[in-house]
Design a protein around this ligand. Structure first.
Ligand SMILES: Nc1cc(-c2ccc3ccn(Cc4ccc(CN5CCCC5)cc4)c3c2)n[nH]1
Length: 242
């Protein structure tokens, strides 16, 4: 998978490029590139924003740098051999936004199956709306929210999404087994985990986990998942109409 990130704060992603990329790049699984949007400006001040039409506080990101950057990143030189712009070659262009679909584990799984993701990190009060229309000619556009709260830009949301997506790609991180039994994979919250010592500050580990009875352990864990989901996230339970 190829991931391109566009941001006016590219150094936000230094941590990500080191850790995730280390193993994945050498394994040739994940190719992550972060680019500074200002590289596609042409004025002396490398301007990317201007005042909003219709008034209002703050500034809006100008469309032209975005269009030039997306044109370049969406063209796939390594796919020059594939004549035309067949659907499977077009990138998925993701813009974090407070006004987008909410990112879930299902979104992460869906996006982890794509060949080429481009993340467009907005700042200021957002990006000129016409950029999203323009980008739709280059690939599938997705406006995605991390949750119902307002961040200062798209970088933190993009970091979170790349981590959630990247860990689902086989060989990128850790042990693929652990990807199955985790929160939200089966629609329920995860069961509690314990490790040594078996009694810690007079707090014992639940007996069943020391029993070696795998059927009983599996049943206990499932019960814990249901109970935790019922008390902490009833909205996730089937039949809940909230
Ligand atoms: N899940 C989640 C994602 C984000 C997010 C993602 C990208 C950007 C780019 C800029 N901002 C800051 C920001 C500040 C104020 C407004 C609200 N204004 C009201 C009238 C015009 C706009 C919107 C946006 C982002 C925020 N926040 N939360």
């Amino acid at each position: 998978m190829r991931i391109d990130v566009l941001s006016i704060f590219p150094s936000y992603f230094d941590g990500l490029t080191l850790s995730l990329l280390g193993k994945a790049r050498s394994a040739g699984i994940l190719d992550l590139t972060v680019r500074d949007l200002r590289d596609w400006t042409s004025d002396r001040h490398r301007t990317v924003d201007d005042t909003p039409y219709g008034g209002g506080a703050g500034m809006v990101m100008k469309p032209e740098p975005w269009a030039l950057a997306l044109d370049e990143l969406a063209a796939r030189p390594d796919d020059a051999a594939h004549a035309g712009d067949a659907e499977q070659n077009r990138p998925t262009i993701i813009f974090p936004s407070p006004a987008g679909e909410v990112f879930t584990q299902a979104t992460a799984r869906d996006l982890s199956s794509r060949e080429h993701l481009i993340f467009g990190c907005g700042r200021y009060e957002g990006i000129d709306e016409r950029v999203f229309e323009y980008a739709a000619a280059l690939g599938e556009v997705r406006l995605i929210s991390l949750g119902d709260y307002v961040l200062n830009g798209g970088e933190v949301a993009t970091m979170a999404m790349i981590e959630a997506i990247g860990r689902l790609i086989p060989g990128v991180v850790g042990n693929p087994e652990s990807l199955v039994e985790e929160s939200h994979e089966d629609g329920l919250l995860e069961y509690p985990s314990y490790t040594k010592p078996s009694t810690w500050r007079e707090r014992p580990v639940p007996e069943v986990l020391l029993s070696g009875n795998h059927a009983a352990i599996a049943a206990w864990r499932r019960d814990q998942q249901i109970e935790r989901t019922r008390t902490r996230r009833p909205d996730l339970l089937p039949g809940d109409d909230s």
